[in-house]
Ligand binder design. Structure first.
Ligand SMILES: [Cu+2]
Length: 73
């Protein structure tokens, strides 16, 4: 098992707890994502992933695909 890294992504467009849940599901569907922890109140998601199996563009695309905007930091 390779190293899992954790990264925080700021998300725009979530307006309730079920939005955060949709983001969690979209991310956890990705091969290589171990865990996503999305907070509607904080407007961000913390993603634990294996960078050898999934890259950040796929993570961003999954969030966008769920209907939200990823803020560049
Ligand atoms: Cu919502």
């Amino acid at each position: 098992m390779s190293d899992v890294v954790k990264k925080l992504y700021s998300i725009q467009g979530m307006h309730c707890a079920s939005c955060a849940m949709s983001v969690d599901w979209a991310l956890e569907d990705l091969d290589g994502v171990a865990e996503a922890s999305t907070s509607y109140a904080k407007g961000h998601t913390q993603v634990a992933f294996d960078p050898t199996r999934v890259d950040e563009s796929a993570i961003r695309a999954a969030i966008v695909g769920a209907g939200y905007t990823v803020l560049e930091t």
